[in-house]
Structures are given as structure tokens and as C-alpha cells.
Design a protein around this ligand. Sequence first.
Ligand SMILES: NC(=O)C1=CN([C@@H]2O[C@H](COP(=O)(O)OP(=O)(O)OC[C@H]3O[C@@H](n4cnc5c(N)ncnc54)[C@H](O)[C@@H]3O)[C@@H](O)[C@H]2O)C=CC1
Ligand SMILES: Nc1nc(O)c(N)c(N[C@@H]2O[C@H](COP(=O)(O)O)[C@@H](O)[C@H]2O)n1
Length: 214
Amino acid sequence: MEKSRPYVILSAAISIDGKIATRTGKSNLSSRKDLVRVHNLRKSVDAVLVGKNTVNVDDPLLTVRYVKGKNPIRIILDSKGSLSIKSNVVKTAKKIPTMLVVSENSSKNVKKFTTKGVQVIRCGKKKIDIKKLLKILGKKGIKKIAVEGGGTTNWYFFKEKLVDEIVVTITPYVLGGSTAISLVEGVGFGKISNSFKLKKIEKIQNEIVLHYMS
Ligand SMILES: NC(=O)C1=CN([C@@H]2O[C@H](COP(=O)(O)OP(=O)(O)OC[C@H]3O[C@@H](n4cnc5c(N)ncnc54)[C@H](O)[C@@H]3O)[C@@H](O)[C@H]2O)C=CC1
Ligand SMILES: Nc1nc(O)c(N)c(N[C@@H]2O[C@H](COP(=O)(O)O)[C@@H](O)[C@H]2O)n1
């Protein structure tokens, strides 16, 4: 691992059949106990990162609420700068540090975000250059981040081999649906080569939490 970039933990809840949401975008798969674990993870990292679709579909807060602890910085990847101004992350950005990462080619006016307290970072020409972004975050003193989806964002991190740890909860649901989002979307790998080492298995009632390391 390059020392200059933050340590990356990919965190998600999946159904038995590997989906992270229903075909209609419902993603509240984890039990309350598992969410307590997720919030303990959030308080242990410097930043939580998600993609724009996750914000637009879930309208998350990405805060620490089920346990006591400091909120991580929130980072949203949105190459075109088309995030909803009415989203919870934007509405609370003056209280909780929030970064919006857009590509250099994005012509959208980002002032509407900055006036709401969102820090805007331009990184990568058309797509967001995640390697470069992690270097920028490292220089800002961010040492550990949790990537919380969705499937497209997860793919970019796997594609660039930037995932150091995977924490995934298998929840007791079968969702099906060819259009339902899986843990990892994108083009996918053509070869079976990207293996991780299983380090820990936790059983939380009806769920299993798997911890893998690169
Ligand atoms: N069960 C779970 O643990 C979770 C479920 N979800 C679900 O996932 C679904 C959303 O997933 P997706 O549609 O795959 O979208 P996503 O949330 O990964 O967002 C994709 C968007 O993020 C931006 N983006 C991400 N990486 C980029 C890069 N390298 N360069 C440029 N732009 C980049 C782009 O605007 C792209 O269209 C929602 O239904 C949500 O509920 C999301 C997070 C966790
Ligand atoms: N670990 C995990 N389990 C689930 O069941 C989930 N749905 C998610 N989703 C991630 O958490 C965000 C919601 O956060 P808030 O509760 O609003 O703080 C969601 O947008 C996903 O990133 N994760």
C-alpha cells in the first residue's frame, strides 16, 4: 500500500443473492444491531465516501447516530456535479464537513454547493481519478475511509485495486432482479484473480458479517 493514500474499507450489506438494493432501490437490509456495528465503523474512520446515485436514492445522512462518536467527513463522488441541492448531506453541510468531488470537465456551477458549506474538489478529466483523489485526501490528513457504495462506486475502487479491507454483511433476504444493483457493478473483471483473505466471521442473529483483507 502506498503510504500517501488513506486505508480503504469497503462496507456494505448484501442480500443472500449479492444485491445491495431491490430493483426499486430499497436498501435498508441491515438489522439494528448491524447498523450499530456500521456506526462504530463510521466513528473509527476519518471519512465516509459514497456515489451520487446513493445520495439521490437513499438520501442518507452518513453520520454516527447509533453510538456516541465523532462524525466522519462525508465525501460524495459526482462527476457531473448533478447532486440534489435538497439532499440531506447538502442541507447539513454547514454542521458536518462534506466534500463533493466532481471532474475537471464538469461545466456545472458548483457555487450552489459551496454556499451551502460543501467543499468542492475537482479531480480527473472526465471521470473522477480515484487514485489522485486518495492522494489529495491523504494530504488533507485523511488516513482511513469507509466506502459505502453503491455498486458503481465500489467497482471503481476494486478496478483500481484500492480496497484494503471488505466488511460485508450477508442479510437474510433474496432480492433477485437483473436490474437490482449488486455489491460491485461496472464492467467487471474478465479473470478470477482479485482474491481477498478471510480474516473474521461474525454472526449477528440472522446475519453474517464477513471481514476480508487484501
Ligand atoms: N446495501 C448497501 O450496503 C448499499 C446500497 N446502496 C444502494 O446502491 C444503489 C446505488 O448504486 P449505483 O447506482 O451503483 O450508484 P453509486 O451510488 O455508486 O453512484 C454512481 C455515481 O457516482 C459517481 N461516481 C462514482 N465513482 C465515480 C468515478 N470514479 N468517476 C466518476 N463518477 C463516479 C457517478 O456520478 C456515478 O454515476 C442505491 O439503490 C442504494 O440504495 C448504496 C450503498 C450501500
Ligand atoms: N452497511 C449498510 N447496511 C445497510 O443495510 C445499508 N443500507 C447501508 N447503506 C449505506 O448507508 C447509507 C445510509 O446511511 P444513514 O443511515 O442515512 O446514515 C446508505 O446511503 C449507504 O451508503 N449500509
